[in-house]
Design a protein around this ligand. Structure first.
Ligand code: AMP
Length: 304
């Protein structure tokens, strides 16, 4: 099934206690596109400036991502910089420069308009709305966002939330969006609106998926060394929706499998800077790691 992703295509500068990567390929659309490409052929919508190296876009094309919907315009590309602490869960954003995003008006290529699965990755909610408006026949849509947009353009974000089937938030964003510290309560508050599914990401501690009928908890893959977690959330989302698009289904069992696909894909994202690990990753490797979760999560019912 066809999959459309809208998000940022960016220059990222990332500092961790173990190293620094400057102006490397990043962005929510980039990470989601890479992750989804292991399961389907994503169509990407985004914008870059004239300073963006062609080699970076070639990396996306090399993974089979369709970039016809990535516009190149005059001006500087979106730039983000962040620094991680020794506790890799703690991140400080050092810079967010919107640049070409400020005037970007997404125009979907004709060939994208019939997309059935849509992932609105982290980007200005006005742009997410504009993309939704241009799709003819969406079967399943999911939105990701960030504190930057929850604070910065809440009204537009609320309008997107009224139209999508699923919402992806990290724990901090869920608390901020719903004004409650309890994540299950926050998820249930989101479900009172249009969305039928809420996914709350808890970094290395995994993810909680909540629908009206069920709650599913899944851990992160236990990595001994995390090099750079930037884009892990977007990679989870890309793997999740990529798997749904591959199967064409959104029933409870498939949603749970999609969580495994997203979690496994995201674990590779953390093993190197930028999208470097994806360049070497094979589908066999990915399938084997996903299989490890069967043993990691199975246990016998207690005899009490
Ligand atoms: P994550 O680590 O999953 O939160 O994603 C980090 C990625 O999101 C980086 O590659 C950034 O370029 C991109 N990003 C950071 N801030 C924003 C923002 N405000 N809007 C859209 N994308 C962003």
């Amino acid at each position: 099934m066809s999959l459309l992703i809208v998000g940022t295509v960016a220059f990222d500068t990332v500092e961790t206690p173990w190293g620094k990567a400057e102006r490397v390929l990043g962005g929510s659309g980039t990470y989601a596109g890479f992750a989804a490409s292991f399961f389907s052929t994503p169509r990407l919508v985004g914008v870059v400036g004239e300073d963006f190296p062609a080699q970076y876009l070639d990396l996306l094309v090399g993974r089979g991502v369709d970039i016809e919907g990535v516009q190149r315009v005059s001006g500087k590309s979106f730039f983000w910089a962040g620094r991680y602490e020794e506790d890799i869960n703690i991140r400080t954003t050092l810079a967010t420069e919107l640049n070409v995003l400020e005037t970007f008006e997404p125009v979907l290529p004709e060939s994208y308009r019939d997309s059935r699965f849509v992932f609105l990755a982290n980007i200005d909610p006005e742009l997410q709305l504009s993309v939704l408006d241009q799709c003819d026949d969406v079967e399943f849509s999911i939105i990701d966002t960030m504190n930057f947009w929850i604070d910065g353009n809440r009204a537009a974000l609320d309008r997107v939330l009224e139209r999508v089937d699923a919402v992806l938030l990290n724990d901090e964003e869920a608390r901020m969006l719903c004004g409650t510290p309890n994540l299950l309560k926050a998820a249930r508050m989101v479900l009172e609106g249009n969305p039928k599914l809420v996914l709350i990401k808890k970094g290395e501690h995994g993810v909680m998926m909540v629908t009206e009928e069920s709650v599913f908890m899944f851990p992160g893959y236990p990595l001994e060394h995390v090099c750079d977690p930037t884009g892990a959330g977007d990679s989870f989302a890309g793997g999740f929706i990529g798997y749904l698009a591959k199967t064409g289904r959104t029933d409870d069992e498939t949603l749970r499998q999609a969580v495994v696909a997203g979690t496994t894909t995201a674990s590779y994202c953390c093993e190197d800077f930028s999208v470097d690990r994806y360049g070497k990753l094979t589908l066999d490797e990915l399938a084997n790691r996903a299989g490890e979760f069967v043993a990691l999560t199975s246990f016998k019912k207690l005899e009490l």
